[in-house]
Design a protein around this ligand. Sequence first.
Ligand SMILES: [Zn+2]
Length: 237
Amino acid sequence: MSKVEITEAECPSCSPDEPTTHVIIKEGGLVKCEECGYVHAVPVQKKKTIKLRVIVSRQQESSVQEIEMDEDEVIHVGDEFVVEKDDEVSGVKVQSIELKTKGRPEEAVAKDIDAIWARTIDEVIVKIAVQKGAITESINHKVSGDYEFTVGDTIKLQGYEAVITSIKEREGRHNKRAGQVSKAKDIKRIYSRSLTSAFRYGGRTGGFKKSKVTEKSGGSRPRTTGSGLRRKSGGRS
Ligand SMILES: [Zn+2]
């Protein structure tokens, strides 16, 4: 039993506001931040983790995977989490929950669950270069892999608009003609020009940040439940 126990906790050193993954060094409260290595004490109660069967469907196929979670964790239909199989990591969304008693509730405590039925959510990060005068910023935009971007279309990103000037695909094609369409999963980078005044959103650079993952726009992006996607298969407390 050389299993490493982990927990989610705020890190006073690198992440005081948002929990990061910590390795439990000593039962009773000494933890080490996996992001920055800072060792500190937090109140840790040990929880029993159990393995649940997750039947993941991807289009026509389905496969059985396992996820480890705290026995008292509550799972809801619509929750999203990450499952790992071999080296592949995929996001899944809970579609139905089957109890040991054969019921199919909207939510259940992990220890009562016999199996979770889920389908994959195929989201990808599309890199978008936004040219704004002399400045070009890169933005990471999260959308469904099948979402289509069209050269010449206007996209809305974090409160400003940009027009797509060209789309470079992974296999090398560079679409520059208006009306040419690429699916998000095939895109290496989108080039765009901002239509928004650089001074309109406060600050010289227009108030958008580098490499920020946008949470909105893009249309077909599935909803997330916030905490769901942060869940690790190692359980947490
Ligand atoms: Zn840290």
